[in-house]
Design a protein. Structure first.
Length: 386
């Protein structure tokens, strides 16, 4: 009798399945979404994997297909895409969300609500602000504008330049829900590249290719886009927030002569003490290029250069913090949150009037130390001997 029950249970399990399962050949794998709003309508550009195998085509097929839908709500815009495709839009492999700046200026609370509310959408995709319309639908060249290439470009930029950084939906939600912080996101824009024809008969003809590039960080207040930091200000932000992996300090060591020091390691610590914010930054750097008459083989010259670079970095950080405070009045650094964590009594005193009266003038002290760990070849360089 027990054996019959076991066999019956096994038969039942083999006959059951997920109620919402989808056949693989009936789904369209969503990899990137671009969202805008025009005249009270949401416009969705959805990048999905092309189910066609390029190897079986007489001509090379694009790896992605772009579908567009419009609607009064984001869900309605996505549903309209179903009319253009016979496949179910499968969102669990979403990698990139681009929010157009027109929508971001109005506020991104509704966008956040939709993507956080939908249980079928993963929350580890990256979010950017798009400075142009229809970034995903730009097809020249299509290989350059895709979810995978955008993510790789952000990673490379963060690793070698320090302007941009990956920000997931989870991280955006934390910034948005914390009353003591503001949102800051990477941005992307299209640019046109003009190329001359390389054939003699068309020597005067030109070709315009559209490419994309990462731009400065987008800065918010109350979930609304205010503007953008330039590249140097974005680097300063990432240094202070301990999010820098590598970057370049270009220092004018003599009149019209420059030295490039590559940051290979940087540590930043923010402390609140005696009603003052203290930021301590320590970086290790290597000298990659020098057009100056410096005796880099002598310890005294190295110490002097370290001191000058430290002062240069400190001044840059101070100037960029004050620019952000005075121009945008947005606490993207989370200084109020640091006060909340380290001095709650002080927090209770300042929180209600933080933006109205206090933030722009709150004392901030910065110390910066640049350590030169490599100066290149130990032999004297050409510029050092002449």
């Amino acid at each position: 009798m027990k054996i019959k029950k076991i066999i019956l249970l096994l038969i039942i399990f083999t006959l059951t399945g997920c109620y919402d399962s989808k056949e693989l050949n009936n789904i369209a794998i969503l990899t990137a979404t671009e969202i805008n709003r025009v005249d009270d309508n949401y416009i969705i550009n959805a990048e999905v994997v092309n189910p066609q195998n390029p190897d079986k085509q007489t001509t090379k097929a694009s790896p992605f297909i772009i579908y567009t839908g419009t609607g009064k709500t984001i869900q309605e815009a996505y549903r309209q895409i179903k009319l253009s495709s016979s496949r179910y839009l499968y969102p669990e492999h979403l990698q990139v969300l681009i929010i157009n700046e027109n929508l971001a200026k109005e506020g991104i609370s509704e966008v956040l609500d939709f993507y956080l509310r939908d249980p079928s959408i993963r929350t580890e995709f990256n979010i950017l602000i798009g400075k142009n319309n229809d970034i995903l639908s730009t097809t020249t060249p299509i290989e350059e504008i895709s979810s995978s290439s955008i993510n790789e470009t952000i990673k490379t930029n963060n690793r070698f330049q320090g302007v941009s950084n990956l920000t997931t939906l989870n991280e955006l939600a934390i910034m948005s829900l914390n009353p003591n912080t503001e949102i800051i996101l990477p941005s992307i824009k299209l640019k046109n590249i003009t190329k001359k024809s390389d054939t003699e008969e068309n020597i005067n003809n030109t070709k315009i290719d559209t490419m994309y590039e990462l731009s400065g960080l987008a800065i918010f207040t109350d979930n609304k886009l205010l503007g953008y930091l330039d590249n140097n200000q974005s680097i300063s932000y990432n240094i202070i927030k301990n999010q820098i992996k590598s970057s370049i300090l270009t220092y004018e060591c003599e009149e019209n002569k420059y030295l490039s020091a590559e940051i290979i390691n940087s540590k930043s610590k923010i402390q609140v003490k005696n009603n003052q914010i203290n930021i301590n930054v320590t970086t290790n750097a290597t000298i990659n290029e020098s057009n100056c008459h410096l005796e880099l083989n002598k310890n005294k010259s190295i110490k002097l250069l370290e001191n000058n670079l430290s002062i240069y970095l400190k001044n840059n950080l101070e100037n960029d913090i004050n620019y952000i405070r005075n121009t945008y009045n947005s606490d993207v650094f989370g200084f109020l949150d640091e006060i909340y964590k380290h001095n709650y009594k002080e927090y209770l005193k300042v929180k209600d009037n933080w933006y109205q009266e206090i933030y722009k003038n709150y004392p901030i002290n910065i110390t910066a130390k640049v350590n030169i760990v490599s100066k290149g070849n130990i032999m004297e360089g050409y510029n050092e001997k002449n």
